[in-house]
Design a protein around this ligand. Structure first.
Ligand code: SF4
Length: 566
């Protein structure tokens, strides 16, 4: 049943890579064979869960033995501004006995009932996995029956692990939303300033660095999928006037099909880097005006961009004395490979290399133009080459994802996580300043000088001379200018602009986001209303700024003999 859907995804017209292949190669799909010894990526189930789990008020029930949920649980730092149900892990915890006795469907139904009775969620998402797909549990029938019985949408997500890669699972999650969720709710407050953001995960709460800018322009996020989303927002996404797609590799199929089905135009953009954030805001304004918003939105957007860029550059400039001439190796890919690079270069940081692993041809052209040296671009680097480069001290820091962190640490080099497991928000203008601040902190961490000093002992353990470890470093640190003080929320202190609240409203034509006078006044919003609230301990984060802890729930009891079984 899943096969035609998977084939259809491999034939995605919105994916340049797939379209460049011949028909035979396209049929084979996108999964590459795993490299022995390398860390394997996640399975399709993992990919589907990554995309859907940040829908925060929904219960996510994994129909599988316990290990599947354990394997994929909580490996991303998405944040919620309200509901915390998404952080409770539900699994049917199938055992061999359940499989042998054919108890899978019964146990699933019972688990759904228990979730609905105890938590009253607006919907339950049920994930198929390898074992439950292989034993042939009829997920659709159980979900249909449970929906009728309990009056709550129960959504089957068909993305068993063996179907393919994590990336394919992302797209299958998009298909589940298209088939069962989007278009099922008609809001009564549709307006010409409504947009969708697709592929934004709100990692470390970073979308909250961007949302206040949109609020200020009077642009409402109808649905941000999936970061900090609510079920009803996603169900109403078909009423938006335009879509921005942040991560094309994850949800291109969803963006394209929403355009076909509901006529919502989309563009691909990024909130990483100063120039990119400005471009994204411009494109959003342009699309909205083309679809009925007032043309003065474009002028207000330009005014806001000019103001925000001036603030961001002034704040970034404060790091120049400490970071000028430092060399960064960017091992990430996609749009980040050039959008972050351009902002770093503006303050005098040298980019010694950038990965083009997930970059499109357009991305590569921009990198080439930016770095003026194509030898600094690499598709992927073997761990041994990466280690050699870092060990030679050809870079002062590596920015990458968690998988390569140990290569940097083994080479005794600073490293900063800029991929999905990161703990700091890097989106928008304020996010770029935060990224530079984190680079500064990592580069100037005294531990790296100490571990790079020659050992004061010889091979036999005899002390050589009177060397004191780290002494040279301590004097060097004392000579450097101090780390710029982190700005107050809104970050206006460094350029003497006063608080973020009093700043700029008049500059952009008197709009005040969702307050009085805004084109979307009084409209509900799923995200925090003010910049940085959650970073300061708002709902969803504990008082010390840490993410709230999660809970696990498994349904170990067999459902045999239950009167309400299907
Ligand atoms: S590959 Fe299959 S068994 Fe393994 S985690 Fe993924 S769904 Fe579960």
């Amino acid at each position: 049943m899943l096969s035609p859907k998977v084939q259809n995804l491999f034939d995605e017209p919105g994916c340049d890579k797939n379209q460049a292949k011949d028909e035979k190669a396209r049929k084979k799909g996108c999964s590459k064979p795993l490299t022995p010894g390398a860390a394997a990526g996640g399975c399709a189930f993992d990919g589907a869960k990554i995309v859907l789990q940040p829908i925060t008020d929904v219960a996510h029930l994994v129909h599988a033995p316990l290990a599947c949920e354990g394997n994929s649980w909580d490996n991303r730092g998405a944040a919620s501004s309200g509901p915390m149900l998404w952080r409770t892990s539900f699994t049917t915890d199938l055992t061999e006995l359940d499989v042998v006795m054919g108890q899978g469907e019964r146990k699933l139904y019972k688990a759904i009932r228990e979730i609905v009775e105890e938590h009253a969620p607006p919907a339950v998402f049920v994930y198929e996995t390898c074992v439950t797909a292989l034993i042939g549990d009829d997920l659709d029938a159980v979900c249909r029956h449970a929906t009728d019985k309990f009056g709550v949408p129960v959504i089957p997500v068909h993305a068993a692990g063996f179907v393919g890669s994590k990336n394919l699972g992302n797209k299958l999650a998009g298909e589940a939303l298209l088939d069962h969720v989007i278009g099922t709710h008609e809001p009564d407050d549709v307006g010409p300033y409504d947009i969708n953001i697709l592929g934004e995960f709100n990692l470390a709460g970073e979308f909250w660095m961007v949302k206040p800018l949109l609020d200020e322009l009077g642009i409402r996020i109808r649905a941000c999928i999936p970061g900090d989303a609510r079920y009803l927002d996603v169900a109403s996404a078909h009423t938006a006037r335009a879509t921005m797609m942040v991560c094309s590799t994850a949800l291109i199929n969803l963006a394209r099909k929403m355009e076909e089905r509901w006529g919502i135009p989309f563009f691909e953009g990024s909130f990483y880097g100063v120039a990119d954030t400005s471009d994204a805001l411009r494109q959003i304004a342009k699309l909205l005006v083309a679809r009925g918003a007032d043309a003065e939105l474009i002028d207000r957007t330009e005014t806001l961009i000019a103001r925000e860029e001036a603030i961001a550059w002034a704040r970034l400039e404060a790091f120049r004395p400490r970071l000028e001439g430092k060399r960064v190796l960017l091992n990430t890919g996609g749009v980040k490979s050039w959008s972050i690079a351009s902002a770093l270069m503006e303050i005098g940081i040298e980019i010694v290399g950038t990965s083009t692993k997930k970059s499109t041809d357009e991305d590569k052209a921009r990198i080439k133009q930016l770095l003026e040296d194509e030898h600094k671009m690499f598709e992927g680097m073997a761990p041994r080459d990466l280690y050699a480069l870092l060990e030679r001290h050809d870079a002062d820091i590596m920015l990458s994802g968690g998988r390569t962190q140990f290569i940097a640490l083994k080479a005794r080099m600073p490293w900063l996580d800029i991929n999905q497991e990161r703990h700091h928000p890097y989106a928008g203008y304020d996010g770029m300043v935060e990224l530079v601040r984190q680079i500064d902190i990592a580069i100037h961490n005294p531990v790296f000088v100490e571990v790079n000093e020659p050992s004061p002992f010889d091979a036999d353990g005899t002390v050589i001379g009177e060397k004191v470890i780290g002494l040279s470093r301590r004097s060097a640190v004392a000579a450097e200018p101090p780390l710029p003080v982190p700005p107050p929320p809104g970050g206006r202190g460094l350029v003497g602009m006063g608080s973020s609240q009093s700043f700029g409203r008049a500059d952009v034509g008197g709009f005040s986001g969702f307050g009085a006078g805004s084109p979307t006044a009084g409209a509900p919003s799923s995200s925090p209303p003010s910049r940085g609230r959650d970073r300061e301990g708002g709902v969803g984060l504990s008082a010390d700024g840490e993410l709230a802890t999660h809970t696990h729930k498994k349904f170990a009891a067999s459902g045999a003999g239950d009167a309400d079984d299907c």
